[in-house]
Design a protein. Sequence first.
Lengths: 86, 399
Amino acid sequence: MGKKQHRDTAASRLIEQHSRVRMNICSNREVIFEGSRGIVHYDENTVKISTGSYIVAFSGRGLKIRCMNEYDLCIVGFITSIEYIM
Amino acid sequence: MVILFLLRILGGYCNFAVTGRFPERFLNLASKNGVALWNTKGENGCISASARLSDMKLVISLAAKSGNEISVCTEHGLPAIARRYKSRTGLLAGLVLGSVFCVFMSGYIWNIDVNCPIRLSEYEIRNELRELGLFEGARYDYDTVSRIERNMLIRDGRISWLSINVDGTNAVVEISPKTEIDSVSKKDKTKTVSNLLAAADGKIVKLSVRSGQAVVQAGEGVRQGQLLVSGINALTDGSSELSDSDAEVIAETSHCMNFFLPKSSTGQSAGRLISEKTSASIFGLTVPLSLSTAPPGDCFYSRTYQKLQLLGFPLPVYVTHERYYEKNSSDLAADAAKAGEILKKRAAIYRFFLEGQKFTTVESESEEFRETDDGYTLTVTYQTTENIAKKSVIEIRSE
């Protein structure tokens, strides 16, 4: 019983953690990313963002972080692909 | 977005570039420490961004903490400008004085536009307004302007409505004159009973009656004062109805006018220029620009007023030119040819005014020029067609 409850709590924490990551994509020009744990890589062709359990990589041309705070950021530019790196 | 931009300008901001082995670490640290960064751009291992001036100390320490360094740093916004011109106190003093001057001067009226009809003289209106306290350089006060409006209406009987609209330092005076109302229309029209009489001798060509009963017909000859349209209409039941007659009675008439010119007369004309005076009015203060003064005695006088403008905006600067001319009295003697020419011009002017009247056309004219002992007379007979109907009010007394 105790083991099952522990498993449920871990699962709900994982879901909660994952649900905190939200992406609002406007065409391929703008992404509003919520739930960032830090920027792993940043240049004009690639932006990699850590979410804690995986990394989201945005590839494209002329990528810029328009504004950012601790958990959220806004990426603008010509996005060609979005990749999840586990 | 505009407000954000203005706030950034007011608070000041700094553009900088972070270089090092791992510049992304700086971004993470900055966001964790609540430093607002914008315009971040990553290029060749270097990240450029903008931050508030107040956050720059923290930005430098975070860059050092993350193992990076800040390579380029340029300051923008008001604090940066203030720091740049800190040593130039004269500039600041000039800015403050200029602002105070503008605020002080905006409390006065520097330009007055008078929109008055042709019947009223703008010069007279301006003089009256000046006497009441509205002139270039007068202090603007709402109550004073209202008082001037009221006093102007009381003072000048020719004005029926006046409004002074002040916009900034410009005052626009709108004037509406009184309209002359004849004695007939002053009365209650519903109670007016009138006949139409012939204003001149003539032969009726056309008759169109809108109200009243016609007592003459087209083709008839009428004499001056003869009844044309009656305001008392006889009804079929034997009773009568009173009405205000209204009709157009077009008739062929003849006008005879005598134009006279004496053989010798005394005329006055402007002679040579005696004196010229120029003065400038700057912010309501009149400054003479020439040493000459107004000459004593009787003379002709002309005055021109020039308002200076800058890029289409009126300036509170006026230049006034005053010219004084000698008054010459001379005996004017005219010979027959010259007199004939002058009298024909007068006759042409009379014809012009005659034709300007409603329903009046001059069909033909005949002239007779004769010389007498006193002078020359030109008799012109105009054959015209005109409306000869003249209203005559019937007074009804009830006892």
